[in-house]
Design a protein. Structure first.
Length: 161
């Protein structure tokens, strides 16, 4: 969303994007300091920040936008994702960025480039399935071989506590 806001700002949106960028940056700063905030003020502080940011965004979206196509496109995107934009403030497992997903995909991109693509559709699907199992296992603290063996037996991967 920050990237979209910056694009809208560069395309001439002088109102909405310029106000949304600091709001998103503040929310990410809260997320980075959430452990300290929870220790000092309790769990309710994150709910309060969620509501505060959600209401601030709602107020921004209520104002009309005139003439700029990029600004209107950005506004429609914000309206579509508004309910889920600040979930990372209240969900401990959620991150404000998709960097983890991008990094998980990196190995498949490297493999595809090194091997000069897949020779068959079933090979690509098999690789995607195996990478998914290995990445899920890594995130749950399970070894890759153990995860593959559990999957071949038809057993689910255990969820970490």
């Amino acid at each position: 969303m920050l990237r979209d806001a910056q694009y809208a700002l560069d395309s001439g949106d002088t109102v909405l994007a310029g106000r949304v960028i600091p709001l998103l940056c503040r929310a990410i700063r809260v997320w980075r300091n959430r452990e300290h905030l929870m220790r000092r003020y309790g769990l309710q502080v994150l709910d309060a920040f969620f509501r505060r940011h959600f209401l601030a965004l709602s107020e921004m979206l209520a104002q009309p936008i005139m003439g700029n196509v990029a600004a209107e496109r950005f506004r429609r995107s914000l309206v579509r994702w508004q309910d889920r934009l600040f979930v990372f403030l209240v969900e401990p497992e959620a991150a404000p960025t998709n960097n983890g997903s991008e990094q998980a995909l990196r190995w498949s991109a490297v493999f595809r480039k090194v091997t000069n693509c897949f020779r068959s559709v079933w090979g690509a699907k098999l690789h995607a399935d195996v990478r998914s199992i290995i990445e899920t296992a890594r995130r749950r603290g399970i070894g890759a071989l153990e995860a593959i063996l559990l999957t071949l037996r038809g057993q689910p991967l255990p969820v970490s506590a």
